[in-house]
Design a protein around this ligand. Structure first.
Ligand code: ZN
Length: 163
């Protein structure tokens, strides 16, 4: 592997990160393996990826990503009302319950219960972080050129892990 010093397209970036939303810690790699990904192909959200260009190993940065550049704005059409009588009995009919349903093509879709009334259960299909500003603390902890195989696949290959 050739040495590389600054984040550019086509590199495998190892990133330590913490994500705060509304002041609350949502996710962090600190104390775990860093996130490893191929830069420049949209493996991570674009609003974060764009801010990493030119960073060196050991460099830290705070990155604020607007909802539009993160998980998108809340889609007012991404709700569905299910008659309570049609709702599976084995799923708790409580606001906040997360569930998986299938679309008309049999593809899994994730939803959360947004509202429960006597008659209907309203499902929210928005990503849980849609409409939210994302506040990242990031640190570049490793940088290397991607292998030909990683470039071809469009993602990073970890230790002995191939997919
Ligand atoms: Zn692969």
């Amino acid at each position: 592997m050739s040495e590389v010093s600054k984040v550019e397209d086509g590199q495998i970036v190892s990133l330590e990160y913490s994500l705060l939303v509304d002041g609350e810690l949502m996710d962090s790699s600190v104390g775990h393996e860093p996130l490893e990904f191929l830069q420049g192909v949209g493996n991570i959200i674009p609003g974060l990826e764009n801010e990493l260009y030119g960073m060196a190993v050991g460099e830290s940065k705070k990155v604020t990503v607007s909802a539009a550049d993160g998980y998108g704005e809340l889609d007012p059409d991404a709700y569905a009302d299910v008659p309570r009588a049609d709702f599976p009995e084995n799923i708790p009919a409580e606001v906040g319950t997360e569930l998986q349903v299938q679309d008309e093509h049999g593809q899994p879709m994730y939803a959360r219960i947004d509202l429960v009334t006597d008659d209907v259960i309203r499902l929210d299909f928005n990503h849980p972080l849609a409409g939210k500003e994302l506040n990242f603390d990031v640190k570049i902890v490793g940088l290397r050129a991607a292998s030909a195989e990683e470039t071809e696949h469009g993602h990073a290959h970890g230790d002995g892990h191939h997919h």
